[in-house]
Design a protein around this ligand. Structure first.
Ligand SMILES: CC(C)(COP(=O)(O)OP(=O)(O)OC[C@H]1O[C@@H](n2cnc3c(N)ncnc32)[C@H](O)[C@@H]1OP(=O)(O)O)[C@@H](O)C(=O)NCCC(=O)NCCS
Length: 166
């Protein structure tokens, strides 16, 4: 899959071990997110996330991506292709840099991604947000994601599973 087609505005590249410090610099500023989704981020937790896979998926299905505006990293996304079923894309994590939040950039990235996935005949995008996180819930609702009725308990919080049809 050509990830550069995920956005018609931003440069996108797969992030690797060398990029962990840069991803950390984006994430650690977002204390609100980690209040709802502890523990607080570390370079090690980013490295672990870069290597984490859901059941029955392989590294070739995983895209841990950085979105750049020029040289500036403005967003990070962990995307899994064809999970939990063939026609569904799964967003495991999405965060924009605090300095550009609430300017519409997150919505633009998600809408461009959905448009691309629709063009390649995917049917749904699925994800989870932490129950009670007002920012995440508002953002996903605003971008057309609806509760599937599924939720599950992690150690310190409950995850609501949401989905958007393409
Ligand atoms: C959620 C997130 C990706 C949105 O990115 P963004 O670039 O700010 O997105 P947009 O500017 O398109 O939209 C932000 C919306 O959230 C709303 N919002 C921001 N803070 C909020 C809060 N505390 N409570 C409720 N809504 C809030 C904004 O008002 C805006 O909605 P509006 O256009 O209806 O006013 C970004 O805030 C973020 O990275 N948060 C931390 C990580 C996270 O929660 N990721 C999602 C769960 S995986």
């Amino acid at each position: 899959m050509d990830v550069s087609l995920f956005s018609n505005q931003y440069l996108i590249r797969k992030m690797c071990t060398d990029d962990v410090a840069e991803v950390y610099k984006l994430c650690y500023k977002d204390s609100l997110y980690y209040q709802y989704c502890p523990p607080f981020v570390s370079e090690q937790s980013i490295m672990d996330d870069m290597n984490a896979l859901p059941p029955n998926k392989e590294m070739c299905d995983k895209y841990y991506l950085g979105f750049y505006d020029g040289n500036k990293l403005i967003a990070v996304m962990d995307f899994i292709m064809a999970y939990p079923e063939e026609s569904t894309g799964f967003i495991g994590f999405f965060m924009t840099d605090v300095s550009i939040q609430n300017t519409g950039i997150g919505s633009k990235i998600i809408n461009d991604l959905c448009a691309y996935l629709s063009r390649i005949e995917m049917a749904n995008v699925r994800l989870g947000w932490v129950k009670g996180n007002p920012q995440a819930e508002h953002f996903w609702h605003k971008n057309g994601f609806r509760e599937t009725g599924v939720s599950y308990d992690a150690e310190n919080y409950t995850v609501i599973v949401g989905q958007r049809s393409l």
